[in-house]
Every structure is written in structure tokens, then in C-alpha cells.
Design a protein around this ligand. Structure first.
Ligand code: ADP
Length: 592
């Protein structure tokens, strides 16, 4: 990304605040003029005092001059303070409002992206979060530094240079000639630092990643007595980091010295030239002060250039990442427009093939018929493609080949929001948001009454347990056990009342007691609905109206439990293994 592209990308976010920007720029202009006042006042002072010295009563006559100088300098100082205050507060305000808008718009935008976007390695949640955070803070810092640092400094430098050229062309040209040399050295410094800045950033990221790793696996580290190894890993990183930091510092010292020397050469050249002009009577002595002080203003921004260059470069890198997230137009979820009066729930998959964005092909020519108001179970070993089928039915992804029909109409043509309003999904876990139990149940139907919510909780067999908690429905949902959380998710479905329900291993992460408790609420929700259920638990799939057995992305058998078992294939293998692992004989002998 170039600076021009950065400006173009950020412009739409700054445009609404054009009056703030105009105010900041006006202040910049006033500030640039005010910055030159000292130089001119000093010239006037020296000239006037030199003239007075040739008179009889220099002190008495000088008093009025001193009064004028004092008034001008103090007046200018007050003006400068006001201007700087104005610049800073406008710059800060621009930064804050632009940062708010960027943060809000990127979230609204990311929410519209299809699920495949979030699978991508480049947009894993951690990476996405840091791209958004760093992008916003670096972009807004740059916007702010343009208003309170870059524009004022460069503005003052340009005005000072014009002042010098105006005072004397030769002196102005000497000053102008120094600038490219000075600029070149500053740029070299900036470029040298750039690589190291990246290195330092990478080291810091690795270090914090390492610390998180240690915290997450602290019991493994301790159980293997590997504290020393972990400490050594961190120490190597610290050493590399400090080495680079020291290198950065010493480079800065060298270049800063060189820059001071070049600047000083400029100062000397200007003094010599001006002294010559004064001695030959072409100028008054005060010109020396004027030229030196104006030159100081000319070089000020270049003195800061390596730092500004570094900041802007960072902004370019982060901005690129940020606008990649913001402008991923091809990732916006597509929707059809079909909204039937009601959804029956008859799904047909015909020759469906599907490959995840990372290239894993998960489904190969899958044919399935899911009957309305019946329970269809998907059975198979882990990785067989069962969840993938559910993902496709919920339109989270689109098939590469083949077709999915719902009530005879291609799923693709359905209005996605309408479809999801009519589908309920219960996953293995991760249903609960920070907030109260009530908030979490009401997620199924925002605006439902308290009575409706309680009725739903009762249907999901969770009401009594909620009431036992101090605070009841107003207690925090995060403290609920896994089994309770699943029943909250089911209560949400009772509120939503969708005609179609997908259950993707809803009891997989639960213990035996919780699984039994939840069975009642699952049985209740399944009634009179089209249910597609992925499960490893025999008790849940044997009673299904239809079982599809999947293996390595293909449907290998289907039918009722008896039919599928009789075929003597994968289903029999899975069922027998599951039954054996239960040790039915022991169970029987224990329970009889
Ligand atoms: P099951 O539900 O039967 O355990 P899945 O449908 O989850 O199987 O997975 C089918 C295949 O797709 C597996 O090889 C799995 O690794 C892969 N897979 C699942 N989800 C993703 C994903 N988000 N990105 C890439 N590959 C995936």
C-alpha cells in the first residue's frame, strides 16, 4: 500500500468530519506563521539595539522598544498556546471519532461475511482480532499525527523557507541545498530502522505468544519438569530482542550525530554568508539572527523525519491488513430471495461435493433425503463429514457440485435470513454468551415475554435448576454446568420454535448424568419437527426414522437401524464396537 492509497482508503472515514479537519488546518496555518515570529522579532531587536548603541541615551530610548518586543513576544506566546491547544484537541477529536467509526464499521462488515472467511488461516480469530485492533490504532494514530505533528511541522518549515528566500535569495538557496542532504540521511536512518522495527515487533509477538503457551500448558511443563527448558526458550528470545533494541539505539545515535553535524554545517554556511552580506553593508546585523532561526524551523521536521517515516510505514503495513478485512467484498454472504409461507423441512441432497477453503474435500457425491417431521440421524466415525452436511444444510457453505433442495426449491434461492429463522441449531458447546441466564434464553427470540421465556425453560427441563440459583434468571449464565448450558440452548429453540432442527453432537461433551438429564428435553424438542441429528450415542440414533451412515465423505449405507445393521457394513461395525465398549453383559449383571 502506498501513502496515496492510504489517504484514499481513509478519506471516506474522515470526510464526515470535514469541519474539524478544516479547523485543524486553519490552526496549522496560523501556527506556521506564529512559529516565525521569534525570528523576526529577534532581527528587529538586534537591529534596533545596534542602532541605539550609536546614540547618546540608548537605555532611555530603548525602553519603548523593549516594551514593544515584550508585548509582541508574550502576545505571540499566548496565541501559540491557544493554537496548539486547538490543534491538539481537534486532532484528538478526529482520532477518537474516526477510531469509533472504523471499529464499528469493521465489525458490522465482518458480521456479513460467509463462514468460509473465518476458516481461512489468515483470518483465524486471533489474527483477525489483532489485524483489526492494530489497524485501527495505527491508522488513527497516523491521522492524529498528521494533524498535530506532520502538518504543523512541515507547514512551519515551508513558511520559514519562503521567509529565507524572501530575505535573501542566496541565503535561501544555501538553506534549500542543505535540505536534500539532510533528508537523504534521515531517510537512510529510517530505512535501516524499518527492518529492525519489524524484527522487534516479531520478537514481542513471539514472546507474548510464548508466555500464553506457558500459562496454558503449565501443568504439562510441571509434570515433565521442563521449567528450565521453557525459561531457556524465553531467555534466548529476550537476548535477541535486547540485541536488536541496542542496535536500534546505537544506529539512532550515529545518525542523529551525523544529522546534527550536517545541520551545523548549514548553520555555519548561513552565518558566513550573512556575515559577509552584513559586513559589505547589504544587510543589517539582525539578519544573522533571522536567518539562523528560520533555518532552525526549516530543519525541524527533517530532524523528526526518521520517526515520522517509521510511524507512517507501520500505518501502511497495518492499514493494508485492516482494509483487507474491511474490503473483502467477495466474502459477503450471498442470499436468495425465496421466502415461502412455511417450511416443510424436506431436504434432498443430490450428488453433493464439498471442499473446505483450506482444500480438504469433505464430501464426495452425497445423496440424501431428509423427510419432514421425521428424525434423521447421521452416523459415522469422526471426520466422516457429518457436521459438514449440517453446515451445508444451514447454508453456512455452498456445495462445489451437486444440489441441495428444500421443499423442492434449491437452497441457494432461499433468503438466508429467512431460512435461518426457520432452522434451530444445537452444537456440542459454545452456546453461551456473557450475560444472564435470561439474556441467553431470550437470544432465541428477543422481545419475548418473561412468561414465554419461563415456559421455554420448563420445556427444556431447566427451569427448576435456574430457580435454585441465587438470582434465578438474572444470575450469570457462564457459571452454568455444561449440561445446563445445553438445556439453555434447547430452551432458546423452544422460544424460537423453528420447524427444522439440527443437533450436532449435543451431548458429546457431557457426562452420563447430564446426558440423561438432557435426553428428556431433546425428546421434547424433536416432536413434530424435522430433525437432523449427528450423534455417537447409540441411545440417540437407534430410534431415528432414518439413518445415514457416512464414511470418508460418502454415504455408505442408509435405512432404519435394523436395515442398516442387516447390511453388515460400516454401521454394523460402529454399532457393535459401541455396544461392546458398553460391556452390556456386565451392565446387565450389575443392574439385574
Ligand atoms: P464429522 O462431523 O463426521 O466428524 P466433519 O464434517 O467435521 O466430520 O469433517 C469432515 C472433514 O472435513 C474432516 O477431514 C475435517 O478435518 C474436515 N473439516 C471439517 N471442518 C473443517 C474446516 N472448517 N476447515 C477445513 N476442514 C474441515
Amino acid at each position: 500500500m502506498t501513502l496515496v492509497q492510504l489517504f484514499k482508503s481513509i478519506l471516506p472515514y474522515v470526510r464526515p468530519y470535514k469541519w474539524l479537519v478544516a479547523g485543524a488546518l486553519t490552526l496549522t496555518f496560523i501556527g506556521s506563521l506564529a512559529a516565525q515570529v521569534n525570528a523576526y522579532v529577534l532581527q528587529y531587536t538586534v537591529n534596533s539595539i545596534a542602532a541605539l548603541l550609536e546614540q547618546q541615551r540608548p537605555l532611555a530610548d530603548g525602553l519603548s522598544i523593549i516594551a514593544v518586543i515584550t508585548a509582541v513576544l508574550l502576545g505571540k506566546e499566548v496565541l501559540s498556546i491557544l493554537v496548539t491547544f486547538g490543534q491538539k484537541s481537534l486532532g484528538e477529536r478526529i482520532r477518537i471519532v474516526v477510531s469509533r467509526d472504523l471499529a464499528q464499521q469493521v465489525i458490522e462488515r465482518v458480521l456479513t461475511y460467509r463462514l468460509a472467511y473465518f476458516d481461512d488461516d489468515e483470518s483465524g480469530s486471533g489474527k483477525l482480532q489483532s489485524r483489526i485492533d492494530q489497524g485501527i490504532s495505527s491508522l488513527t494514530r497516523t491521522v492524529q499525527s498528521f494533524f498535530i505533528e506532520i502538518f504543523p511541522l512541515f507547514g512551519a518549515a515551508i513558511v520559514a523557507l519562503v521567509g529565507m528566500l524572501n530575505a535573501n535569495l542566496a541565503v535561501g538557496l544555501v538553506a534549500t541545498a542543505i535540505i536534500p542532504v539532510y533528508y537523504f540521511v534521515s531517510l537512510q536512518q529510517a530505512k535501516k530502522l524499518k527492518g529492525w522495527r519489524r524484527e522487534i515487533r516479531r520478537f514481542r509477538e513471539t514472546r507474548s505468544g510464548g508466555i500464553i503457551n506457558i500459562l496454558e500448558s503449565i501443568n504439562v511443563i510441571k509434570s515433565f519438569n521442563r521449567e528450565d527448558i521453557e525459561a531457556k526458550k524465553q531467555s534466548d528470545l529476550q537476548t535477541a530482542l535486547t540485541d536488536t533494541q541496542l542496535k536500534t539505539r546505537s544506529t539512532n545515535f550515529k545518525y542523529d550525530g551525523l544529522k546534527t553535524f550536517i545541520e551545523q554545517m548549514g548553520v555555519v554556511a548561513i552565518i558566513i554568508l550573512t556575515a559577509y552580506l552584513v559586513l559589505t553593508g547589504q544587510m543589517q546585523i539582525g539578519a544573522i539572527m533571522l536567518h539562523i532561526m528560520l533555518f532552525n524551523n526549516v530543519t525541524a521536521p527533517i530532524r523528526q523525519l526518521h520517526r515520522i517515516y517509521g510511524e507512517v510505514n507501520d500505518a501502511l503495513i497495518y492499514a493494508e491488513g485492516f482494509f483487507d478485512v474491511m474490503d473483502a467484498d467477495d466474502q459477503v454472504e450471498q442470499s436468495g430471495t425465496y421466502r415461502p409461507a412455511r417450511i416443510e423441512g424436506k431436504f434432498e441432497l443430490r450428488g453433493v461435493e464439498f471442499t473446505y477453503p483450506n482444500g480438504t474435500q469433505a464430501l464426495f457425491g452425497v445423496d440424501m433425503a431428509i423427510l419432514p417431521n421425521k428424525i434423521t440421524a447421521l452416523v459415522g466415525l469422526s471426520g466422516a463429514g457429518k457436521s459438514t452436511v449440517v453446515n451445508l444444510l444451514d447454508k453456512f457453505y455452498e456445495p462445489d457440485l451437486g444440489e441441495i433442495l428444500l421443499d423442492g426449491v434449491p437452497l441457494r434461492d432461499y433468503d438466508t435470513r429467512y431460512l435461518r429463522d426457520n432452522v434451530g441449531l444445537v452444537l456440542q458447546k459454545n452456546h453461551i454468551f456473557t450475560g444472564t441466564v435470561a439474556d441467553n434464553i431470550l437470544y432465541g427470540k428477543p422481545g419475548a415475554t418473561h412468561e414465554e421465556m419461563v415456559a421455554a425453560a420448563k420445556q427444556a427441563y431447566i427451569h427448576d435448576e435456574v430457580m435454585k440459583r441465587p438470582g434465578g434468571y438474572e444470575s450469570s449464565a457462564l457459571a452454568l454446568s455444561g449440561g445446563q448450558q445445553q438445556r439453555i440452548a434447547i430452551a432458546r429453540l423452544f422460544l424460537k420454535k423453528p420447524p427444522v432442527i439440527f443437533l450436532d453432537e449435543p451431548t458429546a461433551s457431557l457426562d452420563a448424568i447430564a446426558t440423561e438429564q438432557i435426553k428428556n428435553s431433546l425428546d421434547a424438542i424433536k416432536k413434530d419437527r424435522t430433525v437432523v441429528m449427528v450423534s455417537h450415542s447409540i441411545s440417540q440414533y437407534v430410534d431415528a426414522d432414518m439413518i445415514y451412515v457416512m464414511k470418508e465423505g460418502r454415504v455408505v449405507e442408509h435405512g432404519t437401524h435394523e436395515d442398516a445393521y442387516r447390511q453388515g457394513g460400516t454401521y454394523k461395525e460402529i454399532f457393535d464396537a459401541a455396544a461392546r465398549s458398553l460391556n452390556v453383559e456386565k451392565i446387565n449383571s450389575t443392574m439385574s
